[in-house]
Design a protein around this ligand. Structure first.
Ligand code: NAP
Length: 343
């Protein structure tokens, strides 16, 4: 009899011995094992760094993007972009519950959002119904498997499922901000007008209070206006996050000193040094971006003699889903922005 593993290593095809996230190929046969959950997938939310890479590689041609996504999933058995390594998450309906799956209170038909990455989730796509090039969402007909240790959230019945999908995709970010930012802190959010950017800016303003300061760094004029309309950020700086010196000069111009906490929520490479330069030696940089390079951050900080503490953006922290959904429900302007963009 097949030996089941709570982490799903029994589904790893190649290379043997690694966990499903690190595997190049996993078994996406949808015969559910006793400790698994089978999901009828409604929509995939492709991670922004991955979606941006796919868009660019396909020159914004949706039919090519469709082909690329199908190729990745048939090759790997999961939606893990081979360039960025990242995945995303999904919403769907519970189709079958294995007898040993830990949560037996679930019912067939319950709508859930998975809170583990698509980069480790067995997935089979029958058909891509549509791709929304503006918001990273891919509507499909297909199935997915959640392992015994896979976390998920029930989609609240009073919220739009696609809004919930969008918010939960980045739930780790505002929840980590809640842990990192204290009253009186000065906080910089790099990519402040993006999806996780606005959630982080809201949470940072709440925690830092009026005795602190939140500085947004954005790369388009229209994003300054957006943040103003949303009442987010005390200062907004227009700069390309890949240009570290420009970001440093502009943040110093509005703040007079480096910041206590820097949150990186962009979706492009080469932004590590902007964060490191603008943060105090005693401060913290939180790299939520999936385009972050450990090598560039570590060697770059050393190269400029910075003693900053750098944190890898774990997508999970306790109660992250609830905190994020509560945030959206308590911030009407963010909720209406999300409704416009993601529903
Ligand atoms: P998003 O909505 O696409 O936001 C990214 C923002 O960064 C956009 O406002 C974008 O502006 C801005 N940006 C891009 N290039 C820039 C530059 N050179 N200078 C300044 N700003 C720039 O993405 P998201 O969904 O919030 O995701 C943010 C990051 O988190 C991504 O890297 C994603 O992969 C990562 N992520 C991590 C986890 C985790 O578990 N750690 C989970 C989910 C997502 P434009 O629109 O003008 O390009």
């Amino acid at each position: 009899m097949e030996k089941l593993c709570k982490y799903g290593t029994n589904r790893v095809i190649h290379p043997k011995g690694v966990l499903p996230q690190a595997a190049l190929k996993i078994d996406n046969d949808m015969t559910v094992k006793e400790n698994e959950l089978l999901i009828d997938v409604i929509t995939l939310n492709i991670d922004s760094a991955s979606f941006t890479q796919i868009k660019e590689a396909c020159h914004y041609d949706v039919s090519k993007m469709e082909e690329m996504i199908l190729d990745i999933v048939s090759e790997r058995g999961k939606m893990q972009n081979p360039v960025t390594g990242s995945g995303g998450m999904l919403i769907g309906k519970v189709k079958k519950i294995g007898a040993l799956f830990p949560d037996q209170s679930l019912q067939v038909g319950d709508k859930i959002a998975t809170l583990v990455s698509l980069s480790l989730t067995p997935l089979k796509i029958k058909n891509i119904k549509s791709i929304n090039i503006e918001n990273d969402q891919v509507h499909i007909e297909g199935s997915a498997i959640l392992f015994e240790t896979g976390i998920f959230a029930l989609v609240p019945s009073d919220m739009d499922e696609h809004l919930v999908l969008a918010a939960l995709d980045v739930a780790g970010a505002p929840a980590q901000v809640n842990k990192l930012v204290k009253k009186g802190d000065t906080v910089a959010i790099i990519g402040a007008a993006g999806k996780s950017g606005v959630l982080c800016a809201y949470q940072a303003m709440k925690n830092a209070t009026s005795t602190g300061k939140v500085i947004g760094v954005v790369n388009e004029e229209s994003q300054i206006e957006l943040l103003r309309e949303l009442d987010l950020c005390d200062e907004v700086v227009l700069a390309d996050a890949t240009n570290a010196i420009d970001v440093y000069d502009k943040v110093m111009a509005v703040n007079g000193e480096q910041v206590d906490v820097c949150i990186n929520v962009v979706n492009v490479q080469n932004t590590e040094m902007s964060c490191i330069l603008i943060t105090k030696d005693s401060g913290i940089v939180y790299f939520f971006s999936m385009a972050t390079s450990f090598t560039k951050a570590a060697l770059g900080a050393e190269g400029v003699g910075s003693d900053v503490t750098m944190i890898i953006g774990n997508g999970y922290t306790k109660n992250h889903a609830q905190l994020t959904l509560d945030l959206v429900n308590h911030a009407p302007k963010i909720k209406s922005l999300f409704e416009k963009k993601y529903t």
